[in-house]
Ligand binder design. Structure first.
Ligand code: ATP
Ligand code: MG
Length: 375
């Protein structure tokens, strides 16, 4: 199709990019390499600098420090209209007085493409977002999901090879959101575009991204595929933000080869794979809710913790238990509804886990609560 003729697709590189607003360091020395044709997400809590990062790439603001490259071109000081990027915002940003067709063909028309070419592109992109039959509808006559599809179509029609999406599905209800996220990915893959997608929704990022950068307070903490971030989080924050986890405090009581015995609060002992911590060192053990196996009664399993079910919630696919351990710590356990026994409030249970499936971290300097804080 027209929009991908000729020019090679862009990768995007940020080298030590910093952007401040007064005293706020919105983007703090960020380096990233987003590959050609990659679907890349920037994930993090509200206020961590995601939109600022996207606006820097788009050229809507300039960095205080650092370099930004799109393809081989250093784009610092290149105005947005010369960067060949398409931008889709969280809030619907269609021209309200133009129908879907006029919105979509606006880009090609102002670019001075001939009428015939502008129309061909318009038909192609509206078909791609499956809204061809609604081309004469005005934004006010379309649902939120349809408006966002028109917004994506408009960005595509303008010939962008790099698509920047800032929470494009944020205002949509859960069902539409779930469907549209796969659609947006499919379209960018069909057109072989590079997409950078900002979201604070970890399940959205996990479902559609080739790779994800997790941000906190202006910094990129970790970049990886969804699987890498889930299986091998390199910080307590990432372990919590991606997938969620229980965090048990303790210290290294003993080290045997690659394994350590961790003494948790109240003298409870479990094993974990050591990450180079020495005996006596304070640690945090992260165990995901789905990592635990839950059994009735008090069983002398390897690597087991005992407790009493304090609360449960049936979530459909899973049952979620809150279990009060012997040391009074509360842990969350998630078990598949179809494949496990059910337990009642007040029942004594044994929770066990494979040491390889838990993650050990040094106790954070500023404390666990501060480390987990999202603001
Ligand atoms: N134009 C601006 N002037 C002053 N401060 C700004 C400006 N834009 C962003 N900030 C600040 O920079 C920080 C990062 O903001 P940004 O909009 O990038 O966050 P975000 O990750 O997109 O958050 P959200 O998920 O809520 O959209 C915030 O503290 C914000 O208040
Ligand atoms: Mg934002």
């Amino acid at each position: 199709m027209e929009v991908k003729e000729g020019i090679s697709m862009p990768d995007v590189r940020l080298v030590n990019v910093t952007k401040k607003f007064g005293k706020i360091v919105a983007v703090d020395n960020v380096s990233l390499h987003i590959k050609d044709k990659e679907y890349f997400s920037i994930l993090g809590p509200s206020g961590c600098g995601k939109t600022t990062l996207l606006r820097l790439i788009a050229g809507l603001i300039e960095p205080d420090e650092g370099e930004i490259y799109i393809g081989d071109r250093r784009v610092n000081n290149v105005p947005p209209e010369d960067r060949d990027v398409g931008f889709v915002f969280q809030t619907f940003a269609l021209f309200p007085h133009m129908n879907a067709w006029e919105n979509v063909t606006y880009g090609p028309r102002v670019k001075g493409f001939g009428m015939q070419k502008a129309e061909r592109i318009g038909h192609e992109v509206l078909e791609m977002v499956r809204l061809h039959e609604r081309l004469d509808a005005f934004p006010s006559e379309l649902s939120g999901g349809m408006m966002q599809r028109v917004a994506v179509a408009r960005a595509l029609a303008a010939g962008a090879k790099l698509l920047l999406l800032d929470e494009p599905l944020g205002h949509l209800d859960a069902k539409v959101r779930n469907e549209l996220r796969y659609e947006v990915r499919r379209m960018t893959k069909d057109l072989e575009l590079t997409a950078i997608h900002v979201t604070h929704d970890q399940s959205e990022a996990m479902a559609i991204s080739d790779r994800i950068a997790v941000m906190k307070k202006g910094k990129v903490l970790q970049v990886g595929t969804p699987q890498e971030l889930y299986m091998n989080p390199q910080s307590i924050f990432v372990a919590n933000f991606i997938g969620g986890s229980n965090f048990l405090e303790g210290f290294i009581a003993e080290t045997k080869g690659r394994m350590s015995v961790i003494e948790l609060r109240g003298g409870l002992k479990v094993q974990a794979v050591n990450k180079g911590m020495g005996k006596g060192e304070r640690v945090v053990l992260a165990v995901r809710p789905e990592t635990f196996t839950i059994k009735r009664g008090k069983d002398a399993d390897e690597n087991a913790l005992f407790g009493v079910v304090e609360r449960f919630a049936f979530e459909g696919t899973n049952v979620r238990y809150e279990v009060r351990l012997e040391n009074q710590d509360l842990v969350v356990v998630v078990a598949p509804s179809m494949a496990c026994e059910w337990f009642n409030i007040g029942e004594r249970v044994t929770l066990s886990f494979q040491p390889e499936n838990a993650h050990l971290f040094a106790y954070p300097e500023l404390g666990l609560r501060e480390e987990l804080a999202v603001e």
